[in-house]
Each structure stands twice: as C-alpha cells, then as structure tokens.
Design a protein around this ligand. Sequence first.
Ligand code: GLA
Length: 386
Amino acid sequence: MNLQVLKLDFEKLYGKPAEAVFFSPGRVNLVGEHTDYNGGYVFPCALSYGTYLLVRKNNEHLLRFASANLDRREDVAPDKIGQPLEGDAWMNYPLGVMDQFKKKGINVEGLDLFYSGNIPNGAGLSSSASIELVTAVMVNDLFGGNLPMMEMVKMSQDAENQFVGVNCGIMDQFAVGMGKKDHALALKCDTLEWHAVPLKLDGYKIIISNTNKRRGLADSKYNERRSECEQALKELNKEGRYQTLSDIDFDTFNKIYERLSSEVLLRRARHVITENQRVLDAMKALENDNIQEFGQLMNASHVSLRDDYEVTGPELDALVEEAWKTEGVIGSRMTGAGFGGCTVSLVREDKVDNFINQVGPAYEKRTGLKPLFYIADVGDGARRLE
Ligand code: GLA
C-alpha cells in the first residue's frame, strides 16, 4: 500500500490534502475458534495488512465517505449518524461506530473520509472490524474522546451487533485494536483478561491460504451456532452454576453430557469445551518453544470444527487436507467463522514456496477454485500514523 498515492487520491477527491492518517490491521486467529461468544479463550494476532483512513475536517457539516475498494460513496449529515443506510452499505460500519461515540456524548462534525484496505474482502480476516477500529481511533483522536483502546474495542463490537446486525463475539475487534507486533494475544473472552505471548516461530512462517469461496450462508449459520450453544448451556446448567459453556471443564462435561437433548448439541458443546483446552495447551507449547505440539493442536482444532462444530465445508477441508500432506507443514486449520474464508498454516521457512506450488494446484483440482496465499506478518493494533 503506497501512502503517497493514497494522499494524492485524497486530494483529487476532495480538492485539499488529508490532515491525518490512521491505520488498523486485519487479524488471523491461530487457535480458539467459536469460543469467544462462549466466554472462552482465543489466540489471535494482528496482521500488517489492514485499512488506512485519510481524513480532514470540513466546515460543511457533512460526513463524506469514499473508499478505494468500493464504488459506493455517500454524504451523511452528522445528525443522521444513528440511521443505517439501506442496502449493502459499507459506511454502516463507520456510522455504527460514530453512533457509539455519539451515545457517549462525543459528537462527530463534518469530515472528508477516504478508506483504503488491503485485506482481501470476505476472506474472514476481519476487514469489517478493521474499518470499525480505524474509525474509532480517528474519532477518538480528532474529537477529544480520550477513550482507552479496550473501550473502543467494545464499542466497535456493539456497533457490529446493533447497527450492522452481525452477532459476533469480541475476538476480531480485540485483536485488531490491541494487536502487538510479533505477538499473539491470549484473551479470556468473559473476563477480558489478556496477555501478549511472543511468537517465537523459529524457522517457521504463518501462511494464510484463502479458499476464495464466498462466505455465503456464513451469517445465518453463525447465528445458528450461537443459539445452539445457548441451548446446550441451558440444558447442562441444571443447577444454574455456569455463566457460559467455558465454565465447564472436560471432566465435568463427561459427567453431565447426558443432560443434553440431542447429539448435535453434544457435539457443539464438546467443541467449545475441548477447544478451550487446546488454546491453553497451545499457549503453553509456544512458551515452551514446542512448535510441533502447537501445530498438532491446530490440526486437532480443525478436526473438531469439522466434525463437532460443522463449520468447515468442502473447500476449507480440501485446503487443510492438502496442507497436511505437504512436507514442512506442522499445523493447518480453518480460521475465523468458517464456511469459506481462510486457513492458517505453520510452514517451515524453506518449504514455503513448495507449499504454495503443491497445495495451490491440488486444491484447485479438487474444488475448481484458485486459492491465494499470504505470508502473515504480525503487526501492531489500530493507531494514528501521521
Ligand atoms: C467471526 C466472529 C468472531 C468469532 C469467530 C469464530 O470471526 O466475528 O467473533 O466468533 O468468527 O471464532
């Protein structure tokens, strides 16, 4: 992404130079999937790809939205911030965030805004959380919000839940907001306790592979999984002892699983409970420089997401299976919500080219889709650049 070019584009669009530049990354989750809305553990990291936001204040009392990636442009009066735009409007992400600020008495005035992202769209690498957080740090900076990042993380999640209507957990906004270069973030999603763990991947690279399958039914299936988990908790929680599925450890689960009314609910709950343990084990493995074990846990996570949680699908499974067959791969799994999007693999540095050359054509042969590969560079969270 060339910032000079973006600045010229901004000037062409608005006739005056940008006054400030902000950046917010995308994220990849290493392990701990579909645990966040169950109060469990996640282990994501922020990427060096993300969303740039160039901005200047205007005196015309208008929020002018433009993007380098999408054609739709809109001018919105600041007093209309609380009303989502019709159709598939990308501005609803920033508008939702501005609405959260407004609710806190921090009002946005006229702005010329130009967003530009290099996160592949719809790939499950949190381009939406990235747009939310880049907007949040901008509003906070230019309108004297003085809010801590964690507050903006929660506001961005609320914006997505209430304004955009996707019932996501907190992982994406957290990773994008709090990311730390060369670290993964260990977060417990109910207490929001967290710490950064150095990514000592000596000799290995994190490779993101994009199935290029659009995540069509993802949102409705996502919400379906959420309600299955709520139902499972209700049935397991006879004594009212547990706040979330993550309060139940595996031994206890083995004693009480017969309370569940269906085999489907059993598998959903089992995924969440075993996945939490995998995250804890994976963090320990990383701290002990045991990358092999980390990789094994990633593989086990995929199997659980495939068989118990059923959120993978033929494309993600094909991409992961081809990775598992390839020399130098110590772990590979789907990442994000599933049903399409990306996988994440740990690949020996000197085998990365071989990985791409082998997995690419094999996947294409099986699915008819061309995958894309990115080497993940782990970066910092949302911030002002200039
Ligand atoms: C999506 C959601 C997250 C999380 C993941 C699955 O990315 O936005 O909150 O639930 O799916 O782990």
